[in-house]
Design a protein around this ligand. Structure first.
Ligand code: S3P
Length: 173
């Protein structure tokens, strides 16, 4: 089976959706930011602060190459800029989780761990800039995707079911 790659903006729920899908299907879920942190032995925000964004993007490409070479049949959640790697579509089926930036920001702000969630994501600390980033990325996300799923107003369980139906995945018995 091909890998299933979830792309989309920070905070849209790629990791949570991958974990729900893993639960529902028995497939294994991995996350590109987690792979980068273990590869660099550093937290994402530390990589941004110490080495800068270009180094982080280089690590994303390294992870993409590794996934492409070694990983199959796996659910892969990604960082919000991972769609920019040069071999995205070679890694597997790409699903873009779409929500308006206003919806995403509102959900993050309402979360009990909002401060931690923002601290973890340096590019989200300036809301105005985050909105500009979203606008510039939206056409890229759409173009990179095999499928687009609208997440607004849906629970992760609903989104997972939608992906299961869409890709005709088997549910764990
Ligand atoms: C980024 C999104 C983050 C993380 C890094 C950069 C981006 O991941 O990879 O801070 O460029 O949008 P999440 O989408 O999981 O927050």
């Amino acid at each position: 089976m091909d890998n299933i790659i979830l792309i989309g903006f920070m905070g849209v729920g790629k990791g949570r959706t991958a974990r729900a899908l893993a639960q529902d299907t028995g497939l294994v879920a991995i996350d590109t930011d987690d792979l980068i942190e273990s590869m660099a032995k550093k937290k994402i925000r530390k990589i941004f602060a110490d080495q800068g964004e270009p180094v982080f993007r280089g690590l994303e490409q390294k992870v993409a190459d590794w996934l492409n070479e070694h990983v199959t049949g796996t659910l892969i959640s990604t960082g919000g800029g991972f769609h920019q790697v040069e071999n995205l579509r070679d890694i597997g089926i790409v699903i873009y989780l779409h929500g308006r930036v206003e919806y995403i920001v509102e959900k993050i702000m309402a979360h009990p761990n909002a401060t931690k969630k923002i601290k973890k994501r340096p590019l989200l600390s300036d809301i105005k800039k985050a909105k500009e980033l979203f606008d510039s990325r939206l056409p890229q996300y759409r173009k990179s995707a095999d499928h687009i799923i609208d997440v607004e107003g849906k629970s992760v369980a609903q989104i997972s079911s939608e992906i299961i139906r869409l890709l005709k995945l088997e549910r764990r018995g």
